[in-house]
Design a protein around this ligand. Sequence first.
Ligand code: 1PZ
Length: 215
Amino acid sequence: AVVSENQKFSIKEVFDTFQLCVTENKEVKIDQYVAGWRGLVRFLNSLGTVFYFIAKDAASKIQIMVNYRNGENGAQYATIQSMVKYELENDLVDLTEKASFPESGCRTLLRLHRALHWLELFLERLRTSTEDDKTSVMCSESYNESLALFHPYMIRKASGLAFCTLPRRYTFFEVMNVGTPDQVVAMLGEALPLVSEVYQLTQDLYSKHNILDIP
Ligand code: 1PZ
């Protein structure tokens, strides 16, 4: 029992991974970014099969990034900064409409990046919530302020239905496997600035290169 307790997945590992993303000169390492996302997908899958369509899309985007890293130009994909430079300089990104590069690294990572903004908003709501607050409401409010702006009606509808199945706050905190609700709140307080930093560094980079609207 002790062994399985120890091996039980904790959401804290995910945030530790995001912390490892940022290099000394404030670049974002793709291996760690992707590893952080893997953990999030794992957590999402533990919430139930209704989230399968979301987890599946995230997993396929993670795979695209892993394939770039393992490919012949893998070294160019070491950080988000080096990837953006490489893909833009070599015209490997469809900037205005989908054409030759429907799965460019820049485009794929932008999808995950937008989802990271949702995560940031959601975790902040969780952190400042009280016992009777509903996770489904916190989740959909965060979604409506972020990802929903980029999603068509059908996806918004399906997401809304999935959110309704989220467990209540107490159970949700238990699934996070960090400890008591107080410990979860404390952990969120430490983790959020890390997620925010990764989000902001990426946002600034994409904004500087004017690639926040890659189709
Ligand atoms: C705790 C509850 C988790 C709720 C997750 C909230 C996010 C809802 C996102 C719904 C995505 C639905 C499926 C696919 C959508 C894709 O069309 C888009 C755009 O990609 P494109 O079609 O342009 O290739 N994909 C995305 O926006 C990426 C979505 C990633 C979602 C990751 C959620 C991570 C959850 C972490 C849990 C703590």
